[in-house]
Design a protein around this ligand. Sequence first.
Ligand code: PHE
Length: 447
Amino acid sequence: MTKRVGFATRLGAIAAAVGSAVGLGNIWRFPYEAGVNGGGAFILVYICCILLMGIPVILSEFIIGRSTHSNMKAALRRLSPGKKYYLFTYVCIIGSFVVIGFYSVVCGWIIEYLYQAAMGNLDGHTSQEYCIMFNSLVASPWRCVGWTLLFLVLNFLVMSRGIEKGIERVASIMMPLLFLILIIFCVKSLSLPGAKKALYFLFYPDFSKLSMRGVLDALGQAFLSLSIGISCLVTYSSYFKDDASLTKDAATVGLLDTMVAILSGVMIFPAVFTFGVEPTAGPRLIFEVLPGIFQQMTGGYFWALLFFLLVFFASLTSTISLSEIPITFMIEEHKMSRPRAITWTALFTVILAVLAALSFNVLDDIKLWGKNIFDMMDYAASNIFMLLGGLFTAVYVGWIMDRKIIHEQLTNKGLLKSRMEPYLIFCLRYIAPVSIVFIFLYLTGII
Ligand code: PHE
């Protein structure tokens, strides 16, 4: 059994949690989901989901993690002795593998673009050529699998260096830098001729464009983006120190994550409308649009390089937190050594990631409900696993967990004030479960 370490500093702990939350979910997935679902109305619903469900569930995961300083299974066993709630941990572990499976393929694409940017190949093309470039990447099994595996090797190398040295250091430097560069790109993008149309698209809520499936997508996107529902933040907060204010930290993570998502939208859409790309292009959206923005900038070569480097680090801090879920679990519950737990996690991840990477080429005729393996994993991750996990967490903390422990965690045993407690409990007891169950029932045709 390894000794439990904590994050060295409070800022480091927040940076790591923000590092987990901010990733491809914000920069790659949010803009395309907003594009597919019509823009403004989707974003408004998304923000409501963050405030009414996302932040309360983050806080709940923090409460479970820090009150027990252990992984989800041990935590639930300790909080509810003699009960079987801890079995839900297995759903979380499977969920974390599904997320990292498709996610690392996109990380692979990011490395290919980083490579192309370094070689100067992103410059001087028409938007149609950028389209062809992306198509040729996903059509090549070797390139897709190769880059994905390279990414996973890097990921597991960082993992082997442990929590404090690996995760905390990477996150504390890269996150602020990413924020800064996003703002610079937004300013540039807003000077493009398509800016006015883009802002209208992003911020004018036209509810006629939003379907009930779009509402589910917004909720799933919010949970994926905040890294909630698969016990990731339980695992991280189990390393938090006892003097951190959980409420403040949860709000900080939620708000920063949302800001990065919206900034990514503001960065992408002016270019979408300027270069005539379809906003509904889906997962390929940013890969076809971004090179066009870099081209418009003086020193575009360096901006492209810097951008893909930062997105690469943002994704790495997310996959690190994802793989930490099964690793901590195996170490603590199955008494494995860290290297052994890393090896098993890497093995399962590689199998899923290779399947996802091949689903655009060799395995592209394997489809279920019109979705290839990659799309199925993407959909199942956010719209099933994370929502179920969010539902479980909300109901567990709202209805089942001992209120005294919740109060203790929110106030740090009486040292802090906790004005948000009634609001939190109300969201967890009523708003989150009712909304999630309602959307599920509606979409499965039961109501
Ligand atoms: N939140 C991450 C992102 O937006 C993805 C993630 C999900 C990370 C679940 C950890 C756990 O990119």
